[in-house]
Design a protein around this ligand. Sequence first.
Ligand code: UDP
Ligand code: MG
Length: 346
Amino acid sequence: MSEPATLDLSIVVPIYNEVDNVDPLIEQLTAALGPTGRSYEIICVDDGSNDGSWKKLEAAQAADPHVVAVQFRRNYGQTAAFSAGFDMSRGEWSITIDADLQNDPADIPKLLAKAEEGFDIVSGWRVKRKDAMIMRKLPSKAANWLIRKVTGVGLHDYGCSLKVYHRDVVKNIRLYGELHRFVPAVANSVGIRWAEMEVNHRARVAGESKYAGFTKTIKRATKVFLDLLTVRFLVSYATRPIHIFGVLGLGAFAVGTGLGVYLTILKIFFGANLSERPLLMLAVLLVILGVQFITFGLLGELVIRTYHESQQKPIYNIRKILAEADDTGDGDDDTGPVSSREKRAS
Ligand code: UDP
Ligand code: MG
């Protein structure tokens, strides 16, 4: 469980070789955030830049106490940068945005207003995306379609970095791999409310895209696909792996056994010569596979128990508890699996 927020907003910016974007970024963020009257911090995570971005961040931090500058020892990737920002965020809301100014800081107040209507995540949707068609927009459209189908969460633009997250979300969801784009899907599985809003998108003026080019696109697509598989598995079966492996295992075992019985009958009653039957191989293969799948399922069940019990992590997620204050307690005010939001006045 996380500590309560001490600020209104935490802006989280991943920065990898964006030397010419740092100053205009801070400037535009300040222009957008100042008038909202909220307390805020701008957490800039330098993801191992080697172009002088860090010098710019040092100077920005010295000039403006809103800036929190974090430097990674090496390049860990955008997801890790978001994750670091979330871990240290002090705000009630965390707002992620790219450093390259393709997202428009001026959109922040409207996304925030939407979130405050009662959503835990508000995601930007780059309706008029200013990127190359073939290499960027088409793959992204295909990926968004696939993610929508597989996760059942109907966002149009998973890849858009400009998103607003409630503290409950950023403090309770772990990010791995390229998982940052799946936060809404993971969050949805624990009953978090999300919304989407059209946002402005601009062409990159300074610096280079870190993901452009054929090989990078293929690499990224592969990672995203594997992550999607993981997310699908986590969302649907993480607490009951035997249900998927067991079904596969029983199926394979039953078909294998059926084939085996059939072949045995042929052999015993009709004197068939089984050494020339590829079907025999299939039967043996399926029986072995079946046993293995069931074993995976059982191992999975063991892993899940270790996972949940070692972290005292419940298999459910509570939004609110309403109850009369109990002062007769033994001084232990640990409310268990309740996140920070339940403690807010509602
Ligand atoms: N980024 C990062 N680490 C990386 C790659 C990118 O922190 O390893 C940052 C980058 O500085 C930018 C954001 O992630 O702020 C998005 O990167 P980019 O603009 O290159 O992606 P694109 O807009 O082309 O998808
Ligand atoms: Mg960009």
